[in-house]
Design a protein around this ligand. Structure first.
Ligand code: THU
Length: 157
């Protein structure tokens, strides 16, 4: 038997410490929370994806009375991004969320497992690491890649 471990290294930083392009991406994710349709959970998530063609695609969670037919912000954004620009590679992703009190979450909000797997598909297609920026009121986390968010990702190969 071997004892193995996996370590995730990431940055904890403030909004002011972000470079200009990442501020824009976080701002876009923040703005997207206002277009969330979340009458059931009242949890509003926004995601923004910077593409290598210069576009930023935003998405928000869209709920449905026939739960669980809705979809998360991250999958709204990544599926639309690839449907709209199938040739474009993902560069960076930012995520923000407002809780039931309407305030942005104090802690950074991380994508659910299904979204991590969905986002990973596009990191693989991009052929390089795609940093993931998780916005919180009190701090921001910047993970170096989608893969770093999902140890033991599913793969057919
Ligand atoms: N949600 C997201 O948009 N992204 C995630 O990664 C996890 C959860 C949404 C789904 C649902 O509309 C609401 O947040 C509460 O779970």
């Amino acid at each position: 038997m071997m004892k193995r471990e996996t370590i995730i290294r990431f940055d904890e930083l403030t909004y002011d410490e972000l470079p200009a392009d990442e501020k824009v991406l976080v701002d876009t994710a923040v703005d997207a929370t206002s277009r969330s349709y979340a009458p059931y959970s009242n949890f509003r998530v926004g995601a923004a994806i910077a593409l290598d063609n210069g576009e930023i695609i935003a998405g928000s969670n869209q709920e449905n009375v026939a739960f669980p037919s809705g979809t998360c912000a991250e999958r709204s954004a990544c599926f639309y991004a690839h449907a709209r620009y199938p040739e474009a590679k993902f560069e960076k992703i930012a995520i923000a969320a407002r809780g039931t009190d309407g305030e942005f979450t104090a802690e950074p909000t991380a994508p659910c497992g299904a979204c991590r797997q969905a986002l990973l598909e596009y990191e693989v297609l991009a052929g390089h690491d795609v940093p993931v920026i998780l916005m919180g009121r009190e701090k921001i986390y910047r993970l170096p890649s989608v893969r770093s968010t999902l140890p033991f990702a599913f793969s057919e190969f």
